[in-house]
Each structure stands twice: as C-alpha cells, then as structure tokens.
Design a protein around this ligand. Structure first.
Ligand code: ATP
Ligand code: MG
Length: 309
C-alpha cells in the first residue's frame, strides 16, 4: 500500500520515541526498556556506502521477508527463540503517538523486537566458496583459518557448510573475518559452540527450503542476543534477506566463476562502470532503481510464494 513511496529517513523522536541507533538501513527506536521498534527504510548500500536515493518499498519487503523466515523458523525449529514480538506498531499512548497517516506508511516496515544484549559476533555461515572466503582460500588454502582441500574452485559448494564468524565492527569500520577459535576466545567456548550449532541449523533449513524455489543461498549472516535471565541464545536482527545473505539464481549457478549477485548486481555494475564505486552521496538513475527493485521483488515472491504489492 506504499508501493511507490520511498522512505529514506524516519524521525519518530518528535512523537515521543528515543532513537537507539541508526544503521545503514534501519532506524531503531525504544518503545520501553525491553522493547525496540525496528523501522526498515528504503536505503540501499553497495561497497559499504549508502546511496542518496532509495529503492521503493525495499524496507517493507525486507521486513516482510524476515517475518516470513521468523515464522518458518518457529515451525521448523520450535526450540529456537527469536526476538520478533510483533509486525505491527505499538498502540498509541499519550507519550508515544504517531499520526495516523504516518502509522499507515510505516506499518509494513516495522517490527517490535525484544531488546537484548548482543553476542558481539557476526555469525556467518557459508555453503559455497565465494567473496572474502574465496579470496582467503586463493591466498592461503584456508577460510577463516580453516584448512580446506586443495584444488577447490570459485563458487564451489563446500562439503559441509562452515561457520565463519567475523567481528562486529563499530559504525564506519569494517568487520574482520576471524576463526571459530578466535570467536570462542571473544564470547566463550560454550556460547560460541551454541551460536555455531544454531547458525548451521538455520542456514541448512533455509538453504534446503530456498533451492527448489530457484534461489541458492550461498551464505548468510545471523546475529544473536543473550537472554539475561535464562542465558538462552535468541536469534535477532533481520534474517535471510538479500541484504544479509548472498542469494544466487539457482538456474544459472556455474562453478569456476563469480555468480551475479541476485539483488545488487545492477547497482554494483553501474557504480563500477560509472567510476563511482565507494563514493559517498551518489544518486542512482531510474533504470538502476527499477532493476534493483524488480530483483528484490523476485526474491520475495520466490521465497514466500506470495505476490508483492
Ligand atoms: P548494515 O546491516 O547495513 O551493516 P547495521 O547492521 O549497522 O547496518 P541495521 O541493519 O540498519 O544496522 O540495524 C540493525 C542494528 O540493530 C544492528 O546493529 C543490530 O546489531 C542491532 N540489533 C538487531 N537486533 C537487536 C535486538 N534484538 N536487540 C538489540 N539490538 C539489535
Ligand atoms: Mg544489519
């Protein structure tokens, strides 16, 4: 219902919400001390730089796709706790009151989530040899310090998916790939073991679910919170979206070469061709916006089996 509106900034402080953080894509507000309001904007980044204009409805699409996965996780992995509380806005109160028109525009792009202390890792799972893992393998025959058999080729499926964590860098800095052993030093052996186990389970479930739908999930990144009372791990953040994962079209998958990125290839190709890679404040032309929008929509429709918009 907000199909052509592009939301790149959201200010709810004027309506009584405290802003907790502003990421590359999301604005995060506090509802109360235990509850956060996640608002996904239509911002898009490439090569770690946010574009000046957005992709229409992208934030709503990412929110609905994450919600789809959270619900699938609830049925396939019922023992796993997640941070999702609700996909609607909190009811207006005297202290927090968003005007009705804005509520309608924000509703599809918001989630109420449990606010939790975070495990300071990016919990990456890789099923295929690509990206920074392929670069490391070519240099040293390892991936995040894990030795792999010789002679593997770019984009090749790994014998089993690997847990390949990285540090969670402060804003502006780059995450650093680390070995599972290093991760265990940072968060403790037991937490690392459980984060690995859960991440591999969720990745495998999602990979097997997506493949017959034509999408190959090459790798993905999870984040976890830790319930302070029960010490249970809780799956947080967005899950299994094109922003947090590498999706490849399954029908054109070819070992021995790089695969076109499902969603950001238009944007990256255009940035590279125009010599604008890594430059701040760049506005995408209409053709790039439309092409990118279509790919996000296609990913949503394939993965959920529902029409978008
Ligand atoms: P990008 O994804 O582009 O790298 P980002 O990850 O910094 O940017 P966003 O994705 O825009 O930021 O916002 C999500 C932020 O909220 C992340 O910093 C994430 O760690 C944090 N977060 C996610 N879930 C929770 C939660 N349940 N409690 C507290 N913080 C959370
Ligand atoms: Mg994020």
């Amino acid at each position: 219902q907000v199909s052509n509106e592009v939301v790149t900034t959201v200010d709810l402080e004027q309506y009584g919400f405290t802003k907790v953080a502003s990421g590359k894509v999301r604005e995060i507000f506090e509802i109360d001390e235990d509850t956060l309001l996640f608002v996904a904007t239509d911002r898009i980044s490439a090569y770690d730089v946010v574009m000046a204009n957005g992709i229409p409805s992208k934030g709503a699409l990412l929110t609905q796709l994450s919600a789809h996965w959270f619900h699938l996780i609830a049925t396939t992995l019922p023992a796993l706790r997640t941070h999702l509380l609700s996909t609607s806005l909190p009811p207006p109160t005297p202290a927090q009151n968003i005007p009705q028109t804005l509520r309608a525009a924000l509703a599809p792009r918001t989630m109420q989530v449990r606010r939790l202390p975070l495990v300071p890792l990016e919990s990456i799972v890789r099923g295929y040899l690509t990206g920074s893992a392929w670069a490391e393998y070519q240099r040293s025959g390892t991936v995040h310090g894990i030795a792999l058999p010789a002679g593997m080729r770019e984009s090749q499926k790994l014998a089993t998916p690997l847990w390949t964590p990285s540090t969670k860098a402060e804003q502006g800095a780059h995450d650093e790939n680390i070995s599972p052993a290093r991760a265990a030093e940072i968060v403790g052996t037991e937490v690392a073991r459980r984060v690995e186990e859960i991440s591999l389970l969720v990745y495998q479930m999602a990979h097997d679910h997506a493949l017959p739908l034509g999408i190959l999930i090459a790798d993905t990144k999870f984040e976890f919170g830790l319930d302070p009372a029960s010490h249970e791990l809780v799956l947080v953040d967005e899950v299994l979206t094109p922003d947090s994962s590498r999706f490849w079209p399954a029908d054109s998958y070819t070992v021995g070469q790089g695969q076109a990125s499902y969603d950001k290839q238009f944007l990256r190709d255009w940035l590279t061709g125009a010599g604008l890679k890594g430059k701040e404040g760049v506005a995408m032309p209409e053709s790039v916006v439309r092409g990118t929008e279509a790919k996000y929509r296609e990913a949503f429709e394939r993965l959920t089996g529902r029409r978008w918009g």
